[in-house]
Write a protein that binds this ligand. Structure first.
Ligand SMILES: [Zn+2]
Length: 251
């Protein structure tokens, strides 16, 4: 029997772990994604007929943010995104021929026209906005049924700089003008394949006007009177802590 590999085994956005949130060790199968040098770490989707081993369970990957270290979560999120990308690029987007997995790179290669499809990221800006010395803008997503208030965020559009995306999203979602846009940090976010790029900015002018299909409420909150905010481990949480307590952003 060959040496066992540590395995990221997914079903949709759930990952197979034991009750200590540790990964299983399995035999590598043809078609598994080799995830690090050699075959010591692999990733694959749970096969339809495959049963869940005793002592293991499928846990939503979001839940693992609070159980795991940042680098453990990033590895799992990388595995999830690579599998998703491979699943969605079975055919050449140029000529429609079935693709083949590149032997050494993360690329799906067309045997007919040689077009290479690589994993793609979607850049997404997220912005923490302050007013004066002690106020922060927090917004409630219209899709979020709970009471959590988060930050302004959105996808970068084609032809736009990151700073323009920050200004546009802020104006669209809450109707205010901002300035002093400064880069803070970034975080890969595998839902589905985003790179969250974090900025801070200062309020300049305008009254809050909600984009109602996206935002159900937005207000400037005093630093010592915050509503419920995003959970620890998310970049939004780190950004809010950063502006309020001057804590260091994760890198
Ligand atoms: Zn092709």
């Amino acid at each position: 029997m060959s040496e066992l590999s540590l395995a990221y085994i997914f079903q949709h956005q759930q990952l197979l772990v034991d009750d200590q949130f540790q990964l299983p060790k399995v035999e590598k199968l043809a078609g598994d994604l080799s995830f690090q040098s050699g075959d010591q770490v692999i990733a694959r989707d749970l096969y339809i007929e495959e049963s869940i081993p005793e002592g293991y369970q499928l846990v939503p990957i979001r839940q693992l943010i609070s159980q795991w270290t940042k680098s453990q979560f990033e590895q799992a999120s990388r595995a999830l995104q690579l599998l998703e990308w491979r699943r969605n690029h079975k055919f050449c987007s140029h000529c429609g021929t079935e693709t083949q997995v590149h032997p050494t790179e993360y690329a799906m290669v067309c045997p007919a026209c040689r077009y290479h499809q690589y994993p793609r990221l979607q850049p997404c800006i997220i912005t923490v906005i302050t007013r004066g010395e002690d106020e922060i803008l927090l917004a409630k997503n219209a899709k979020n049924k709970g009471d959590m208030y988060g930050l302004i965020a959105g996808f970068v559009e084609v032809g736009e700089t990151l700073e323009q995306a920050v200004q546009r999203e802020t104006l669209e979602e809450v109707g205010i003008h901002i300035d002093n846009i400064q880069y803070l940090s970034s975080q890969p976010w595998p839902f589905p394949s985003n790179l969250m790029i974090a900025f801070k900015a200062e309020y300049v002018s305008g009254d809050i006007v909600l984009q109602e299909d996206e935002i159900s409420d937005a207000q400037f909150f005093k630093f010592d009177q915050l509503p419920q905010i995003p959970f620890a481990g998310s970049i939004a949480h780190a950004m809010i802590q950063h502006v309020i307590h001057a804590s260091k952003m994760p890198t």
